[in-house]
Design a protein around this ligand. Structure first.
Ligand code: AMP
Ligand code: ZN
Length: 456
């Protein structure tokens, strides 16, 4: 009999079984806003979708995962409410779409380093504008949306059935002027309504013609449009970081429900925040750690995957360098356990399967592996079988032979200087540093933006 994954559902506030349709599960995960590299906090959330997917696959189901790319419409939360992509493009002095594609590429590189399996599709918001027009038109026809006094199109929050069930924020308790939504004076009927289509006003880039005038979409409508279109109006699991629960997901649920007339999203899965140095990792808190910072230190990027898995996805966790380095050492040991047995057929392990299907209890799986390492009654082969089975979901590359030898402080500094030289297009200096690094035993491979290295 099929063992089913039970996952905590934010809306019903309990763990429920993930349902399939003829063996297939549809998952939508809110993707990155591509105005900067994804930090390890963002990656923790993207890893959650991968864990759900791989656990479902372990239970014998197939998964269709769609993850959007937000390249327009995500406004900053400060009073200026600027489009994050546009303001960064002004800072970097490159056009917004080039900027967005650069960070989208980096996002894919990071996912690959973390062994996160590819989604079936990564639709871009800027390429889904017509889809959004159709949805907005339908919302207007169904009287769930209206044109405000400023000509922008707004969603009528009061028309939504069960608004607030996801986040617990009841409409009558939401105060005007709170930063949860744009606060255009007098343009909206009700302060908690939100914009679906905004008129360009004095904005000149990233704007499109529409039936309501030249403008750009709101952030929440993007996810409704892309999830409905690319998952055929069937969304079994919707994934994101806990900060998206409100207003992004509450509003997305209201829109999606208004379009289909039924509760279309069966389960809302939210990952808790990653903290670094005790505070939520974020650009505004200035405590961002990138995967490339970890790689630059010569630490295997999958050490990050291991550190994240050592903590339950629903608990806040504080990341430290000590934990990262100790995970690096653990990876090395575990790969030597698997070592000679990497090509074997692997039987199921009920204890591991039970832990994973109980709301992704990865810390428990890791404790099973630690126990097995020390268990004298197990043969080498039995240990390797257990590790390889767990690794189908843990994804730590335990069959890999190589573990990077960490860099010396000196070489790490040289690599860092070379990255700075490359950013400044100082090719002479970057070539000089390359020669020194290569003479010290490294192989350097340059991509458009980053440099990769390995020991020769
Ligand atoms: P963004 O690129 O800002 O649109 O965020 C992408 C995803 O990362 C969203 O699901 C956020 O909820 C999530 N996220 C942002 N900061 C953190 C953090 N410190 N820890 C975990 N997830 C986060
Ligand atoms: Zn979203």
């Amino acid at each position: 009999m099929l063992t089913r994954l039970k996952l905590y559902d934010t809306k019903s506030r309990q763990s429920i079984e993930v349902k399939d349709r003829d063996g297939l599960v549809h998952i939508y995960c809110c993707g990155p806003t591509v105005y900067r590299p994804a930090h390890i906090g963002n990656l923790r959330t993207f890893l959650l979708a991968d864990l759900i997917r791989k656990t479902l696959e372990l239970t014998g189901l197939r998964v269709k995962l769609v993850q959007n790319i937000t390249d327009v419409g995500h406004m900053s939360e400060d009073v200026n409410q600027e489009d994050k992509v546009l303001s960064q493009s002004a800072r970097e002095k490159i056009d917004p779409l080039t900027l967005a594609r650069k960070y989208e590429q980096l996002f894919h590189e990071d996912l690959a380093l973390l062994n996160i399996a590819k989604a079936e599709r990564y639709p871009r918001a800027s390429e889904s504008i017509l889809l959004m027009h159709e949805i907005i038109q339908a919302l207007l026809e169904k009287n769930h949306a209206y044109i405000g006094n400023d000509g922008c199109v707004y969603f009528d929050a009061k028309s939504s059935v069960g608004y607030g069930q996801l986040s617990g924020n009841r409409l009558d308790a939401l105060k005007p002027g709170h930063r949860y939504e744009y606060t255009e004076d007098g343009a909206k009927r009700f302060h908690a309504d939100w914009a679906l289509w905004k008129l360009a006003s004095n904005r000149t880039e990233m704007i499109w013609e529409s039936p309501w005038g030249l403008g750009f979409p709101g952030w929440h409508i993007e996810c409704t449009a892309m999830s409905l279109e690319y998952l055929d109006e069937k969304i079994d699991v919707h994934v994101g970081g806990i900060d998206l629960r409100f207003p992004h997901h509450e509003n997305e649920r209201a829109q999606t429900h208004a379009i289909t007339g039924v509760e279309t999203i069966n389960l809302w899965s939210h990952g808790e925040h990653l903290l670094f140095e005790g505070r939520k990792m974020s650009k505004s808190a200035n405590n961002v750690l990138l995967l490339e910072d970890v790689v630059a230190r010569g630490v295997d990027p999958l050490s990050i995957r291991l550190v994240l898995l050592e903590n339950r996805y629903r608990t806040q966790m504080n990341l430290t360098w000590d934990a990262i380095l100790s995970a690096h050492a653990t990876l090395k040991r575990w790969r030597s356990v698997v070592g000679p047995f990497n090509a074997i057929a692997v039987p199921d392990n009920d204890e591991v399967l039970a832990a994973l299907t109980s709301d992704l209890d990865t810390p428990h799986v890791i404790s099973i592996l630690r126990r097995a390492e020390k268990d004298p009654t197990l043969t080498q082969l039995q240990r390797a079988e257990l590790f390889l089975y767990a690794d189908k979901v843990l994804g730590l590359g335990l069959e890999r032979e190589e573990v990077l030898k960490p860099l010396t402080e000196h070489l790490a500094q040289l690599l860092n200087q070379r990255q700075i030289a490359r950013n400044e297009k100082n090719w002479k200096e970057s070539d000089r540093l390359r020669e020194i690094l290569e003479n010290s035993g490294l192989i350097i491979k340059d991509s458009a933006i980053t440099q990769e290295w390995q020991w020769r």
